[in-house]
Design a protein. Structure first.
Lengths: 88, 443
């Protein structure tokens, strides 16, 4: 299941960044993928819609958010956690 | 979608006009005489009336009292479906009873943004003591700013046809919701038969409107203009739309404070009477302040992220248009939204525009008290400029808790301050990169 979630997240990010899914590595930061602040907000919206979750994210204080956007790995882990919490 | 995406990618974005920065305020032509007596055949423009309704009060005295006290008008929002919002605070006018001001037929025809406008206009015209019957009406008009227009009317009627499945709406839906409804009703109420229209430049709407009104009186195109702006966006759809951008605070508006976490919406209106100085003097009117300068600029860069260069060009342009020296500016009413991006960009623009004088002038954001009135915000904020010039009291930036090295200016934290200032600016910087700065001086 987790692999599927990861694949779906990468597909969403890839579409936003206009890249191929295999270019979305765990280490890549949003900035490195060319995703600016508005693109990030749009990506988070797309992830919420895809997984029917609510992602806590305030663009004014991205570092203080529970949703860690350091890189793709942390984003994927955070989405997986929110999807798992929803299933409970 | 692809267009926006291309615009948002650094590589695809056209080069920022860094090389087009103007020469700054040190340019020698900025040094003009103290009394700009009819420069270049232009008329001098003064404010002879002011009116408002906002979360701090239903008139100017109540609003200024709140400014002096540093009182916060932001509270828990109250309207239908508010429980479905993740942002539930705002500068809402809770005790609004339209029936206190309008008859049944008027209420059927006036969206809230028109109601707010008309109440503010009544106060302004009463203070000015003007009668527009006869020739003056032909030389008078109204220019107002709003971003959302009759947004409550859209919201209520979409709900009726989509959610409730109704197939019939009230016949006045269109004349209620149109963005020019408020300006048109003001023109009808007072018989203003000159130039009248509405300006929509998001958060800079009111400043653009007032700047255009100023230019029309200055050029002689009109003798008197009613101007300002209004917003009534505090309804489920209005706040839900803003939530999407994730720039709203859930707890407070704390401009310039290091722990600021976003903007808070407000609602209301501000309306002023801008009048030819000679006309005002001839009839012995009380003059509240002189409008001396206005400048607009466009960032031409990003649909939501502000540019310090664009803001700086509007600031320096307004000071130059006013024929003032930069060190004559004692106070700036900031755009100061409380977002991470605006406040540091605005402070950088002010610091660069004023050089060493930036450390001596005062700058505050009254949005911390009345919230961000979007298209009406510049109008309500101009009241803080009038208070500074007339009463020598600078409205504070409340909610200020932690110094931010990126906002290292005198932001008049938390408490109003007594200070004599001779000339002031009011900043407004809109989404879409549209900037409008207006300059007033004591007279």
């Amino acid at each position: 299941m987790s692999d599927t979630i990861k694949t779906r997240i990468k597909a969403i990010i890839a579409e936003q960044a206009m890249l191929e899914p295999d270019q979305i590595t765990d280490e890549a930061t949003p900035e490195e993928l060319g995703i600016d602040s508005l693109g990030l907000v749009e990506s988070i919206f797309a992830l919420e819609e895809e997984f029917d979750i609510s992602i806590p994210f305030n663009a004014n204080e991205p570092d203080k958010s529970d949703f860690d956007i350091t890189n793709m790995g942390t984003i994927i882990a955070a989405v997986e956690r929110l999807v798992a919490e929803k299933a409970i | 979608m692809s267009g926006k995406k291309d615009g948002g990618k650094k590589s695809a974005r056209p080069a920022a006009p860094e090389d087009q920065v103007d020469r700054g305020l040190a340019a020698p032509e900025a040094a003009c005489g103290p009394e700009p007596e009819a420069r270049g055949g232009l008329r001098r423009v003064v404010i002879t009336g002011a009116g408002t309704v906002n979360a701090l009060g239903h008139d100017v005295p109540a609003t200024l009292e709140a400014f002096r006290e540093g009182r916060c008008g932001i509270s828990q929002l109250q309207f239908r479906d508010v429980e479905r919002l993740s942002i539930q605070i705002g500068g809402q006018i809770h005790d609004w009873r339209a029936e206190d001001y309008f008859n049944r037929q008027q209420i059927l025809l006036y969206d809230k943004f028109t109601q707010f406008t008309l109440l503010a206009a009544r106060q302004a015209v009463a203070q000015a003591g003007l009668n527009f019957q006869g020739a003056l009406g032909l030389r008078a008009g109204v220019v107002l700013g709003t971003a959302g227009g009759g947004l409550n009317t859209w919201d209520e009627n979409y709900r009726a046809v989509y959610e409730e499945g109704k197939n019939r709406v009230h016949p006045f839906v269109v004349p209620k919701l149109m963005n020019n409804a408020a300006a048109s009703h003001v023109s009808m109420e007072y018989g203003l038969r000159g130039p009248s229209f509405t300006v929509a430049t998001a958060c800079a709407s009111s400043n653009h409107a007032m700047g255009l009104a100023f230019q029309m009186v200055r050029s002689g195109a009109a003798q008197v203009m009613l101007t300002g702006g209004s917003e009534a966006m505090l309804c489920f759809g209005g706040v839900k739309a803003w939530e999407g951008l994730r720039v709203m605070s859930k707890d407070a508006c704390r401009p310039f404070s290091a722990n600021r976490n976003g903007m808070v919406q407000g609602e209301g209106a501000g309306v002023f009477v801008f009048e030819d100085l000679e006309h005002a003097r001839a009839r012995g009117a009380e003059i509240l302040a002189e409008v001396v300068g206005f400048a607009m600029s466009s960032d031409a860069q990003d649909i939501v992220m502000p540019s310090a260069h664009g803001a700086e060009r509007a600031i320096t342009g307004a000071v130059r248009d006013a024929g003032l020296n930069p060190d004559q500016i004692g106070y700036i009413n900031a755009h100061g939204t409380g977002t991470a991006a605006n406040d540091k960009t605005e402070c950088a623009a002010v610091a660069h525009a004023f050089g060493h004088h930036a450390d001596r002038l005062m700058i505050s954001s009254t949005k911390s008290m009345h919230g961000h009135l979007i298209g009406g915000t510049g109008a309500v904020e101009l009241l803080a400029c009038l208070m500074a010039l007339r009463e020598g009291v600078i409205a504070p930036t409340i909610g200020y808790e932690e110094a931010d090295p990126e906002c290292a200016l005198d932001v008049v934290p938390n408490e109003a301050r007594e200070a004599r200032v001779d000339a002031v600016l009011s900043n407004a910087f809109a989404f879409g990169g549209l900037n409008a700065v207006i300059a007033l001086r004591r007279i």
